[in-house]
Design a protein around this ligand. Structure first.
Ligand code: SAM
Length: 224
């Protein structure tokens, strides 16, 4: 199996399940126009996030890692009329492009983009009484993923879902001697996730237009 085949099958799936959508298409276009990296989730993964948020009946969503707001829009579209989503982004340009896309999507009343390093903005969310979140999507820098998960646990409740992207890294995750800080960051997260008694969790390997990677899904099973 090759990247070419994975991309072709992703196109087949997307053609079937994700009809052309001007808002999402412009969001992707804006990412490349602004010379930002095209590291958003794939369309079928965006739809998976949307379905999971709907399944949760999520009214309050937290995203760590906004980029241009592509996954943000998928998640926010699952919110009820009075639902809210907060997304955390460290790069000012990304936050600006994302706000434009979120506004174009008609979601600006539900979504707020917080600028700053997530490890600085996460404590603010708790201090402002904005928790608990029904769903958290972790998709920022991989070095701090374990710390983001710790914060996600503080900011959720029993029954919340914590979803974390890019936890397999082309299979490099099994190399305990890897010198790649992202791989080591993800390994640290995966081990923490496995050892955490307050969640029941698993990891699914993924292939597609974005290559070979994996998604961790954790259900919070305890309030403390
Ligand atoms: C993989 S992209 C997010 C993709 C987005 N979730 C999507 O699928 O459309 C990761 C984003 O996290 C941001 N980021 C990296 N380090 C961060 C940090 N310490 N705090 C907040 N955001 C960070 C990056 O600037 C980038 O925009």
């Amino acid at each position: 199996m090759t990247q070419e085949k994975w991309t072709a099958v992703d196109k087949y799936i997307t053609d079937l399940f994700v009809p052309p959508d001007p808002v999402l298409d412009v969001t992707i276009q804006s990412t490349s126009d602004a010379q930002m990296p095209l590291i958003n989730v794939a369309p079928n993964q965006g739809k998976l996030l949307h379905i999971l948020a709907l399944t949760q009946g999520a009214r309050n969503i937290l995203e760590i890692g906004t980029l241009a707001g592509y996954s943000t829009i998928w998640l926010a579209r699952a919110l009820p009329a009075d639902g809210k989503l907060i997304t955390l982004e460290v790069e000012p340009k990304h936050a600006t492009v994302a706000r434009d896309n979120i506004e174009r999507a008609g979601l600006i009343d539900k979504v707020s983009v917080r600028l700053g390093a997530a490890l600085d903005t996460l404590p603010q969310l708790r201090n402002e009484g904005l928790a608990p979140f029904d769903l958290v999507f972790i998709d920022a820098d991989k070095v701090n993923t374990a710390e983001y998960f710790e914060w996600a646990l503080k900011l959720t409740r029993r029954g919340s879902l914590i979803i974390t992207d890019n936890v397999v890294r082309k299979g490099a995750v099994i190399d305990e001697n890897s010198t790649d800080a992202n791989v080591q960051g993800v390994r640290r997260f995966n081990e923490k996730l496995a050892a955490e008694a307050r969640v029941t969790a698993t990891i699914i390997q993924t292939v597609g237009s974005k290559g070979y990677d994996g998604l961790a899904i954790a259900l919070v099973t305890s309030d403390s």
